[in-house]
Design a protein around this ligand. Structure first.
Ligand SMILES: Cc1ncc(C[n+]2csc(CCOP(=O)(O)OP(=O)(O)O)c2C)c(N)n1
Length: 663
């Protein structure tokens, strides 16, 4: 085994990681010791020999990315961050593993722990997110050149990561795009929770990756030389590489090693001591001797010279290049963005566009894309339906990364995860499309974006029964409610072209979380006549007033038109009615009470109109409010027939109001 320093061996360094993991899991009385113990050897090789990394600044832009996909083995990454010297990841924090607000939560969270690139835990998610990181690196390098952007993306993945369906979407995309700087270290231990992998899987992973355009090799994951050779070759490959590192889960534990018993529970005092004896680790819990610490600290400084050289290159770059690089890193919008939005809204008022909001979104993007070079657009094979590809946007292709449009293929889940990676890498604001109903196919990645506060944008068209003939499999009914229920996810359902522009602006101005734009397939009238303030910003506003209103109709998206027509009928019948457009129900419900009271008003009858289920609307209309919308799934028919069939019409709304009022 190669000597890590004159006095400290590779084995001692790897054993330090093992010991910390065993001790922390034991102290927490919960956690996963098996993976850190098994993967410690190849992780040590990566960090000591290859990773371009400086623990003094774990966020410098041109660092290699290390994505810890098998999040349950989190003690391994905490050990690595601690031993290499990342500020804040102290031994006390390791002793508080899995405790409230510690920097060492059960699964890695990038917003809790410096040095953690992305939140992982749901298996497969990190691997797919890493594809976004690797793609971002290529794209940013194409825009800023290799002097400023030239790094690798490494992933630590487990059997579970590779079994999840999202892994196939992700590796197919990475293989197709020839993301050769993506290197996956697979902790190939053949054990999962239920027992041996053979209980449920007989896939030849190497062949699977090869079939998707990867290089794939298998090595002894406990042989540092073999691992080192494999990584060195992978770095020269013209394709992404899978390195299956054969390991023993719980390496060193005499009774539990190689069994699922090592996976997810403390070893227990006796087995822990026996493991330490077997490994020759004689130090008390949480104690790492100084020479071993020093060797790890040295590994933590390995990338310092590279970081400094990079900083000098940035310093030497032309001022405007530097400013642009920094602006994009800060996620600050350029001044031209605000101007473009003001112009766009003025234009939309001067020349009203009666179009589907998916078309309005395209119009907005035509104005935004030229002034926002960080905007990356794409679709999961619904480009002509989502209207996400604007003029002049080149397509990202294998070996050609200068464009800004990604054909993600029919891979909603990997698209959403890759969008997370593109955004987390820095330098990009991704927006990807599919049908709203297929947010279900992307939901776990959407949830990571919401949890980790990643500012990605989902362009979700065909947002109701208004999509018509494709029928109930394609017609979302519960999706708006389900998405609104997710903390920190903002859902917008604009009613016309002006609202669509406003919602795009709000989505892009947001830097602390994701946004869904729910857009129609069917054409809608131009409703808004004002181009001034962004009225969608408070989630809801009065779009049509009435003196002495007896009823208020709340509606979103395509149903605002219906509410306005119902108001006309009701006004004529002597029932003054106002209409409130609700582009974002949850944003509105988060407004101060005074704002809500003013917008909600005091008309005695409250009605919500939305071609979706009622769930969630009671917070606005009360449980005695009227709801005109959907109760079950949709049906297949031309959309106007569907609206009539399900009773979502101006006449039906007016009728319900009059009947209630006359009670
Ligand atoms: C999407 C998802 N499903 C289920 C789990 C629960 N879970 C955690 S680890 C694991 C599998 C463990 O097997 P492996 O990935 O090989 O990890 P190892 O046993 O080697 O630590 C499962 C099912 C999860 N984290 N994510």
């Amino acid at each position: 085994m190669p000597e890590a320093t004159a006095r400290v061996s590779h084995a001692e360094m790897a054993n330090a990681l093992r010991a910390l993991a065993m001790d922390a899991v034991e102290k927490a009385k919960s956690g996963h010791p098996g993976l850190p113990m098994g993967a410690a050897d190849f992780a040590t090789v990566l960090f000591t020999k290859f990773l371009k990394y400086d623990a003094a600044d774990p966020t410098w832009p041109d660092r290699d990315r290390f994505v810890f996909s098998a999040g349950h083995g989190s003690m391994l990454i905490y050990g690595l961050l601690h031993l290499t010297g990342v500020k804040g990841v102290t031994i006390e924090e390791l002793q508080r593993f899995r405790q409230l607000e510690s920097k060492t939560p059960g699964h890695p969270e990038n917003f809790m722990t410096p040095g953690v690139e992305t939140t992982t835990g749901p298996l497969g998610q990190g691997l797919a997110t890493a594809v976004g990181f690797a793609l971002a690196e290529r794209m940013l390098a194409a825009q800023f050149g290799p002097e400023l952007v030239d790094h690798h993306t490494y992933v630590l993945a487990s059997d579970g990561d590779l079994m999840e369906g999202i892994s196939q979407e992700a590796i197919a995309l990475a293989g197709h795009l020839r993301l050769s700087k993506l290197i996956v270290l697979f902790d190939d231990n053949g054990i999962t929770i239920d027992g041996p992998l053979s209980l449920s899987d007989s896939t030849d992973q190497l062949k699977r990756f090869e079939a998707s355009g990867w290089r794939a090799v298998r090595v002894d994951g406990h042989d540092p030389k073999a691992v080192g050779r494999a990584i060195a070759r992978a770095r020269k490959a013209d394709r992404p590489t899978l390195i299956a590192c054969r390991t023993v889960i719980g390496f060193g534990a005499p009774k539990k090693a190689g069994t699922s018993k090592a996976h997810g529970e403390p070893l227990g005092a006796e087995e822990l001591q026996a493991a330490k004896d077997a490994l020759g680790w004689t130090h008390p819990p949480f104690v790492v001797p100084d020479p071993i610490r020093a060797a790890w600290a040295k590994a933590g400084r390995k990338g310092r010279a590279a970081r400094k050289a990079w900083a000098e290159r940035l310093e030497a770059a032309p001022a405007e290049v530097r400013a642009e690089f920094e602006r994009r890193r800060r996620r600050a919008l350029p001044a031209a963005f605000g101007e473009a939005m003001t112009d766009l809204k003025r234009r939309l008022v001067a020349e009203p566009q009666a179009v589907a909001t998916r078309k309005a979104s395209e119009i907005a993007l035509e104005a935004i894309a030229p002034v926002l070079p960080e905007l990356v657009l794409g679709s999961a094979d619904l480009t002509p339906s989502n209207n996400t590809r604007t003029r002049g946007l080149d397509v990202i292709a294998p070996g050609s990364y200068g464009g800004r449009y990604v054909h993600f293929g029919i891979r909603e889940h990997a698209m959403a995860a890759a969008m997370n990676g593109l955004a987390l890498h820095g330098g990009f604001r991704p927006a990807g499309g599919t049908f709203l109903v297929f947010t279900d196919y992307a939901r776990p990645a959407i949830r990571i974006a919401a949890l980790a506060g990643i500012p990605v944008i989902y362009v979700m068209t065909h947002d109701s029964i208004g999509l018509g003939e494709d029928g109930p499999t394609h017609q979302p009914v519960e999706h708006l409610a389900a998405l609104r229920a997710m903390p920190n996810l903002r859902v917008f359902r604009p009613a016309d072209a002006v609202e669509t522009a406003e919602c795009w602006q709000l989505a892009l101005e947001r830097t602390d979380g994701p946004t869904v734009l729910a857009l129609t397939r069917q054409g809608l009238p131009a409703l808004r006549k004002d181009a001034g303030e962004n009225r969608c910003a408070q989630g809801a506003y009065e779009i049509a007033g009435a003196d002495g209103a007896k009823a208020t109709l709340f509606a979103s998206g395509s149903e605002v038109e219906i509410a306005l027509a119902a108001k006309k009928l009701l006004d004529e019948k002597g029932m003054p009615t106002r209409v409130v457009s609700v582009p974002s129900l949850e944003l509105f419900l988060a407004q101060p009470h005074s704002v809500r009271r003013q917008v909600v008003g005091d008309a005695p009858v409250r009605v919500a109109v939305e071609a979706a289920v009622r769930f969630g609307w009671d917070a606005l209309i009360g449980d005695d409010g009227l709801f005109v919308g959907m109760k079950g799934f949709g049906a297949s028919a031309p959309y106007k027939d569907l609206y009539r069939h399900f009773g979502i019409t101006p006449e039906a709304v007016a009728d319900r109001v009059l009947r209630t009022h006359n009670l």
